[in-house]
Design a binder for this molecule. Structure first.
Ligand code: ACO
Length: 437
């Protein structure tokens, strides 16, 4: 990790109530805004900071992903997302995110082999699925199954052993396609398919999703490529809600499977990974191009809870670079599949055009995010809406586990424990039942 220690700069804060001034050092990373090191604030002043939603708070040092939200830049280990999406593939990006460097040919072959040979689930887990209702939301199922993996893979739960941490990381990356595909198969009442080792990561996933034991299944190279690219685009995204959840859960020493299950739970929300599902529901609700103005009006109304799903981002105040690639992939997939005049795509393109010209969205810097087009691609591929967020979780597992490993190797890591501004009752005497109002 690079940190610029010179020149030593600081911020002086004056506490008007006591008249005392304190110096807080400024820390500089490789690129990006400097951060004020406020670790000594409480001991020096007796005050905490107040920052709901952590809008101004850096929670850790990280060398994995860099985002410049104003410029619409996303880098993994220094490499731009568009270059990775164009020239790389998901296993290579997973290796990069997990280990810090692009693999050479030999390292890549070994990594793919190691991942491939961890993709089967313990057979007992197939019975675990049967405890769920068939109509369960697949996110509920994968959250439960991933959490339960700690009960099956005891030999990779010692977080103090770097080897066990890496085995757990490989297991999670390798088994997630199986976990997600089985959740889908379970919902259909179809038999589970085992992984097939001569297929690519994306191809194997598509086969486990769509094949049946009754006939041969040929993976479409177009869909395989599109799926691989979608996985790259979702692989990591710095300290977002689910990643921070994984780090927070892991900071107490929880095992990796429990931590990733916590990340899946956080991702499920419609303000986060659940947005790709919500976009399609919204497009369905809008229904036709002529109703767009009505919904734009609703989105702008402060008294209406409706939001334009797939629009806006905490960090990007410019076009999300992933959304651009996703839009292009969407056109490619629909073309290749011969889907012409897809009404939802037409609706999405028009909605985006209208919103990007509207003063409300322009002034708030609300642009399409990664979820805006991904749902349309998934739908064209035949993936049901409820499985969309599971695909996001599948891809993001590599980012979560890389961030978890980084945290455990960080000597500054402590249990995550925010403080609060207490606004409840002041101390008062217990009131016996007979004297209560
Ligand atoms: N539609 C309408 N108005 C919006 C939207 C939207 N999608 N997003 C933000 N705004 C408005 C807010 O109402 C607020 O307006 P105000 O200044 O008049 O009060 C202003 O823009 C700023 O929004 P915040 O909610 O303060 O921004 P925040 O950073 O907290 O929220 C979030 C970001 C949660 C992503 C938000 O934009 C949103 O809900 N978007 C829709 C859901 C979505 O697409 N989520 C996916 C995010 S990407 C991902 O997780 C992979």
């Amino acid at each position: 990790m690079t940190e610029n220690k010179t020149p030593k700069e600081s911020v002086t804060l004056t506490d008007n109530s006591s008249g005392k001034s304190i110096e807080l050092p400024l820390l500089a990373g490789t690129i990006g805004p400097r951060v004020m090191d406020c670790r000594s604030l409480y001991s020096q002043t007796g005050h905490f900071t107040y920052d709901p939603g952590y809008t101004s708070t850096g929670s850790c040092r990280s060398a994995i992903t860099y985002i410049d939200g104003d410029e619409g830049v996303l880098l993994h280990r220094g490499y731009a997302i568009d270059e990775l999406a164009e020239h790389s593939d998901f296993p290579e990006v997973a290796y990069l995110i997990l280990k810090g460097e692009l693999p050479n040919a030999e390292q890549k072959t070994k990594f793919i082999k190691d991942i491939t040979y961890h993709s089967m689930l313990n057979e007992q887990i197939s019975f675990f699925y049967r405890g769920f209702r068939r109509d369960s939301h697949p996110m509920a199922v994968i959250c439960g199954v991933v959490g339960a993996m700690a009960a099956f893979y005891h030999d990779s739960t010692d977080i103090n052993d770097p080897h066990q941490r890496m085995v757990a990381s490989y297991r999670l990356i390798a088994k997630m396609p199986t976990v997600v595909a089985w959740a889908y198969k379970y919902s259909l009442g179809q038999p589970f398919l085992y992984p097939q080792n001569d297929l690519s990561y994306a191809g194997n996933f598509l086969r486990m999703m769509f094949a049946t034991p009754c006939e041969d299944y040929k993976v479409s190279p177009v869909l395989e490529k599109a799926m691989d690219r979608i996985l790259i685009l979702h692989a990591d995204h710095e300290q977002n809600a689910s990643t921070s959840t994984v780090r927070l859960a892991g900071s107490s020493g929880a095992n990796p499977f429990a931590c990733i299950a916590a990340g899946i739970a956080s991702l499920w929300g419609p303000a986060h990974g659940g947005a790709n599902e919500a976009v399609l529901q919204m497009l369905g609700q809008i229904g036709s191009v002529d109703r767009i103005p009505e919904f734009i009006k609703k989105a702008k109304d402060p008294n209406d809870s409706f939001r334009l799903m797939g629009f806006g981002h905490r960090v990007y105040k410019n076009y999300d670079p992933r959304a651009k690639i996703m839009q292009q992939t969407c056109h490619e997939v629909l073309n290749e599949l011969g889907i012409k005049d897809e009404p939802l795509l037409k609706l999405a393109v028009e909605l985006e055009r209208i919103a990007l010209e509207d003063e409300y969205f322009v002034s708030r810097k609300l642009f399409p995010n990664v979820d805006f087009y991904s749902g349309i691609i998934f739908r064209a591929m035949g993936i049901p809406t409820q499985v969309f967020t599971c695909l996001f979780a599948l891809a993001r597992t590599v980012g979560w586990i890389a961030q978890w490993n980084e945290m455990l190797a960080d000597s500054e890591q402590k249990i995550g424990r925010p403080r609060q501004l207490y606004v409840g009752s002041a101390p008062r005497k217990f009131v016996p039942m007979g004297k209560r109002a």
